[in-house]
Design a protein around this ligand. Structure first.
Ligand code: HEC
Length: 343
């Protein structure tokens, strides 16, 4: 008898605990209670450093695939530089949980039906008498001639997918919001390249140039001196901010190329900071500007940039198949380091 009572009590306590957990564990939503809990959690347990890692993880949360912050990232969504000051914790949470509820001005989605029946959605970059310039979710630009448009509508749906945030755990969302409220933590992103194009694997001798060095272009197939063909692929940094290519590039005694661009507001000097776990050769606008046969940490490289777009191509030695490297601009004022050549 005594056992039964104890057993029931334990069960009751367990169930109560679980019910409590369910209320605290589910996804945050837009109800006032849920937003109040989120706000409290951001103030009490928010970890902006971990939030920065989530923000920078361009494979999962993908924020930097669309947004810019501290000169880093892409040109699809708005620059998030002003968010920490302009938006409250609740407003940020709302923008993340339900992007379509209130679209940021100037970033509305447009849907075009072409005369051939094809449907395209994206942000309207420009609209002239001849053509419409749309930028889609992947950052790809489409120029559609006016005569080929049968319908053009403003869509109520944000180009920002809500599923990105719904996949995050409760604490990850709290940390991400804390990061968006922390200008100090955001500074650490400053000028980092989070995404690049990769081609390979090539031979191990990195000083031997491959034909693609003359005109590296991700829209073209790259051929090696031995006649092998390579397609450029986009690669993202890990949460550490470093590139560590997996298959098919993770082959011992090989090498690979990484490609990105620096946009400069004028002809000027700039400094790059580079981390590499093995030998590397760096080309700026097709001439070699840095060669190292061994690992380097936070190496400073001063470069002469031309006005507009500058191509930065790196040949990375991969002796053990696990090489890592990372790039960042020492100061991103007037500059942008990125994987897409978009204005
Ligand atoms: C596919 C592109 C895309 C991705 C990925 C994306 N966003 Fe957005 N985001 C947008 C666009 C477009 C807008 C503007 C329309 C709107 O308000 O929803 C926006 C708006 C926002 C806003 C509101 C800004 C303001 O000034 O009102 C915030 C905050 C934001 N995004 C944060 C994030 C975070 C954090 C992530 C990663 C979890 C993310 N976004 C991922 C495209 C994207």
């Amino acid at each position: 008898m005594r056992h039964r009572i104890v057993g029931t009590l334990v069960l009751a306590l367990l169930l109560k605990g679980m019910a409590g957990l369910a209320a605290e564990e589910g996804q945050f939503d837009l109800s006032p209670r849920s937003l109040a809990l989120l706000e409290e959690a951001v103030r009490k347990t928010g970890d902006p450093k971990s939030g920065r890692e989530i923000y920078s993880d361009t494979r999962d949360a993908q924020c930097a695939n669309c947004h810019r912050l501290q000169g880093t990232g892409a040109h699809v969504g708005p620059d998030l530089g002003h968010v920490a000051e302009k938006l409250s914790i609740r407003e940020i949470a709302e923008a993340l949980i339900a992007p379509s509820r209130k679209l940021t001005e100037g970033y509305e989605t447009y849907t075009v039906v072409r005369t051939d029946g094809k449907i395209l959605s994206g942000l309207k970059i420009s609209d002239t008498a001849d053509a419409l310039h749309l930028r889609d979710q992947l950052g790809k630009d489409h120029f559609i001639s006016r005569s080929k448009i049968s319908r053009l509508d403003k869509s109520p749906v944000s180009l920002m997918p809500s599923r990105l945030v719904s996949r995050l755990s409760r604490q990850d969302l709290v940390n991400l919001v804390s990061f968006l409220k922390s200008p100090g933590e955001q500074k650490l992103l400053d000028g980092r390249l989070l995404r690049a194009w990769i081609a390979g694997p090539f031979g191990r001798v990195i000083k031997k140039p491959e034909p693609l060095e003359k005109d590296p272009d991700p829209s073209k197939v790259a051929a090696s001196t031995t006649g092998k063909l390579f397609q450029w692929k986009l690669i993202n940094t890990r949460a550490s901010g470093l590139f560590q290519p997996g298959s098919p590039f993770a082959i011992p005694k090989s090498s690979f190329y990484l490609l990105g661009w620096i946009k400069s507001d004028r002809k000027r000097k700039a400094a790059l900071r580079i981390d590499h776990s093995s030998g590397i050769r760096i080309l700026l606008n097709s001439s070699t500007v840095y060669t190292s046969r061994e690992a380097g940490m936070d190496k400073r490289l001063e470069v002469d940039l031309q006005d507009g777009w500058n191509t930065i191509l790196c040949r990375v030695n991969n002796p053990a198949g696990s090489s890592t490297c990372g790039f960042r601009l020492e100061s991103s004022a007037g500059l942008r380091l990125c994987a897409d050549r978009q204005d």
